[in-house]
Design a protein around this ligand. Structure first.
Ligand code: NAG
Ligand code: NAG
Ligand code: NAG
Length: 770
């Protein structure tokens, strides 16, 4: 019930006032769990290394070996997934001797740049990983022995260190993407010291090293987000590596300036470059635009053009891959984020469609209408191209005409449109930026749901669903939880999901956290609370809110309603009518006339609508409390800025959520007239005569010290101290051990003071958490 002066002042400042309109940042999370909540409940566990920060740059989740590999500043770690975190293996990896000084001499920052920041961790073979670091602006790579499955070792092979040029950027933070296919490393990066030479690069395997053609400016200041092999069909010869990135390109309609656009690009795995044209350069590179926009009134579209992150949702057999992409706006006017979902088939269709063509730099782009040579540019050499009379079994055999065309037409004319033509999620006016996305497809009682995890720049993760309900074009956004993973606000830079372990691995510069995807008991111990949570991972099993497992257990005991969250249907007999409000105990609160007072009521869900009712002594039924500038309804409760005698009565706090009403608190407020309190402080009180006053407070001496605290509010703390001194301390200093009530009074005095001290020592954060 206690509320510190800090909280009161913020409440008065209107910061936490609950308005009538929906919050501008979108729906409020149903459950908000603090850093401490997560640790206490064993929902999360952190690894920050021995120095409290790893300066983490890369994370590799190895589910085959059941290990998590981390790359930070001059350090590598291996953590076992099946153990608690304190079992790490560490490898220190500084830059080459002299390179740190060389880096500083070239004008780079000694702290933030001139160190070996590990940026590549990729599988090499059954016993080794490939790791590359910036090497203080001299990138280098090495093989790391990690042992067979079941072993837990980590060593750097000293003889394996070699140049990492083209395989790792020079800069510690520049956007960068890499993947390994068939033992070869594919990277999207800027590969030079000055960070100007952007390319897609392949090296380290049986195929010749290939790079992007730099003559044609195929990539405009790209920011790579992700690279992955995605098979187009069952023919391995047709396998391609896809890159997702943003580019800054000249305005397409000839207007001055440049614009940011997002892209999907691809190359064939079996590309070996051309024979006379495009020698040792990609001959199959193509790219297309990814569109993510919201139609506005009058045909104006709001575009989300900056790609932040991509998550590939791999299908269960037979279905097609879906690409979840997180975008932000580049507008200076407003900050917005959107999640768009692309079907891989739609991406393939665009690559099969017309090439974009421009007659000259000043001309408009249009579809290429001439004859496209064979093999069609972008096609991988395969059975399709190597037919009798068409001996194109390698890109080296492709006619010059084909390679020239590919070089001049890397861009597709049509953009890739998202599923349903619009984002599944749009978030504007957020106080935090969104950085990372991961998705889990969850089977629930009434269907399959995609649960989206969004990593913010303030160290938290949002767990969200976009529900397609009814005929509405806009999916309904349900924010299930907001989880503060890191203690301090820090951008989430990595996120990997393990469906097998039902765990999300969340990385920031500081380190990594293992976060359970769900913890159903957190929602509460009643059927209605479990149902209102609408979490597809959770169901009411007849006794508790537990993990829902499709196809197991007795059907009639599993209660879940993701779509509507309607406890009246799912939990009959649990609504307010059946469970009378009388079950909630009444507690008494004393307030002083003309002073402020506070009645606390915190519903578990901030989505619930709170109503306060007042039963005045002697009046008939309870009335809803009228709020005005004197009586404010806040997220934590009802705040009286100054009390009137007429405020006395029994207050009931009820919540309404999805038609389900609950009594959360019941408080009897007694108002002590101002004159009587004045009397209390001015009178010389004796211990044998505890203060008394007329009126309803007959029970007062029992919880004496508490009432004093309540009376004065924490705004009047010096006054209580003074009161304690006057009343209790002289007795002690005089050495007279008081008897009976007096002795109790001394004990109470101690309690009051230690309580006050504790209140003062508490930081605002702790107050918030209580
Ligand atoms: C905490 O969670 C981990 C991983 O889920 C588990 O192995 C461990 O036993 C849990 N510890 C406690 C005390 O519940
Ligand atoms: C993995 O590669 C390393 C270096 O090329 C080699 O020494 C090792 O024997 C390989 N391991 C296996 C299991 O092939
Ligand atoms: C802010 C306020 O009204 N404080 C009052 C609280 O009650 C004491 C005792 O009646 C008054 O002296 C204060 O002015």
């Amino acid at each position: 019930m206690a509320l510190s002066a800090w909280a009161v002042c913020c409440l008065l400042g209107g910061v936490l006032l609950r308005g009538g309109s929906p919050s501008p940042g979108g729906p409020v999370p149903r459950l908000q769990l603090s850093y401490r909540d997560l640790l206490t409940a064993n929902r999360s566990a952190l690894f920050l290394g021995p120095r409290g920060s790893l300066d983490l740059r890369v994370l590799y989740l190895d589910e085959y070996r059941d290990r998590l590999f981390l790359g930070g500043r001059e350090v590598l770690y291996s953590l076992r997934l099946d153990r608690a975190w304190p079992d790490p293996r560490e490898v220190l990896w500084p830059p080459q001797p002299g390179q740190r000084e060389e880096c500083v001499r070239k004008g780079r920052d000694p702290v933030t740049e001139c160190a070996n920041f590990i940026r590549v961790l990729q599988p090499h073979n059954r016993t080794h990983l490939l790791a590359c670091g910036t090497g203080a602006f001299l990138p280098s790579c090495a093989l790391i022995t990690v042992g067979h499955r079941g072993e837990h070792v980590l060593h750097l092979e000293p003889g394996s260190v070699e140049s990492g040029r083209g395989r790792c950027p020079h800069e510690p933070s520049r956007p960068f993407a890499s993947t390994v296919v068939g033992g070869e490393l594919y990277t999207g990066l800027t590969a030079d010291f000055l960070g100007r030479e952007a390319m897609i690069f392949r090296s380290g395997g049986p195929w010749p090293a290939l790079r992007s053609d730099s003559d044609q400016n195929l990539l405009h200041d790209p920011q790579f987000v992700m690279a992955a092999r995605i098979p187009d069909n069952s023919d391995q010869d047709d396998d391609k590596v896809y890159f997702f990135f943003s580019e800054t390109v000249p305005s397409p309609d000839g207007a001055p300036g440049r614009v940011t656009v997002s892209r999907v690009g691809r190359v064939c795995v079996n590309d070996v470059g051309g024979q006379r044209v495009l020698v040792n350069k990609w001959s199959t590179f193509l790219k297309a635009r990814l569109v993510c926009s919201v139609p506005g009134p009058g045909g104006a579209e709001t575009h989300f053009d900056q790609l932040e992150d991509v998550f590939l949702l791999w299908p269960k057999a037979g279905k097609n891959l879906e690409v979840y992409a997180l975008f932000s706006t580049v507008s200076a006017v407003f900050q917005g984020f959107a999640v768009c979902v692309y079907h891989m088939e739609d991406i393939w269709e665009v690559f099969k469609g017309p090439f974009a063509h421009q007659d000259g730099p000043q001309h408009q782009w249009g579809p290429y209408r001439g004859k496209v040579p064979f093999p069609r540019p972008g096609m991988c050499p395969s059975k399709m191209t190597a037919q009798p009379g068409r001996p194109f079994s390698s890109t080296k055999q492709y006619p010059d005409e084909v390679l020239q065309f590919a070089r001049a037409h890397p861009l597709m004319f049509l953009p890739v449109q998202p599923r349903a033509g619009r984002p599944v999620l749009v978030k504007t006016h957020l106080t935090q930026r969104l950085r990372q996305i991961a998705v889990d497809r969850v089977e629930a009682e009434d269907g399959t749901y995609d649960v989206i995890f969004l990593g913010t720049d303030s160290g938290s993760v949002l767990k969200v669903m976009a529900l397609q309900t009814g005929a509405s074009a806009h999916p309904e956004e349900v924010v299930l939880e907001e989880l503060q993973v890191f203690k301090v606000p820090t951008p989430i830079t990595e996120m990997e999901i393990s469906v097998k372990r039902q765990t999300l691995y969340v990385g920031s510069r500081l380190g990594v956290a293992r976060l359970q995807l769900h913890q159903c008991e957190t929602y509460g111990s009643a059927c209605a609370e479990c149902c209102l949570a609408r979490d597809p991972y959770c169901a009411w099993d007849g006794a508790t809110c537990t993990r829902y497992r499709p196809g197991t257990g007795k059907r009639r005991f599993r209660r879940q309603d993701i779509r509507h969250g309607n406890p009246a249907l799912q939990c009959p007999g649990q609504s307010q009518e059946a469970e009378p409000a009388g079950l909630v105990a009444t507690s008494t609160v004393y307030g002083t006339e003309h002073n402020s007072s506070f009645l606390e009521c915190r519903p578990k869900s901030p989505q619930a609508a709170v109503r306060w009712y007042l039963q005045r002594p002697g009046s008939k039924g309870p009335d809803q409390v009228k709020t005005d500038e004197r009586v404010l309804q806040t997220e934590q409760g009802l705040l009286f800025r100054w009390l009137s005698r007429l405020d006395a009565g029994v207050y009931t706090c009820t919540t309404l959520e999805h038609g389900f009403s609950q009594t959360v608190a019941r408080l009897a407020l007694e108002v002590i007239p101002a004159e009587q309190l004045q009397g209390l402080f001015s009178r010389e009180l004796r211990l044998e005569e505890p203060p008394t006053w007329a009126g309803p407070a007959a029970a007062l001496p029992k919880a004496w010290y508490k009432d004093i605290l309540q009376l004065s509010g924490f705004a009047n703390v010096p006054r209580v101290d003074e009161y304690c001194e006057r009343v209790w301390c002289p007795a002690r200093s005089r050495g007279k051990m008081p008897k009976g009530k007096g002795w109790v009074g001394l004990e109470l005095g101690k309690k009051v003071r230690s309580r006050l001290q504790a209140e003062r020592n508490r930081t605002p954060r702790e107050v918030e958490a209580t």
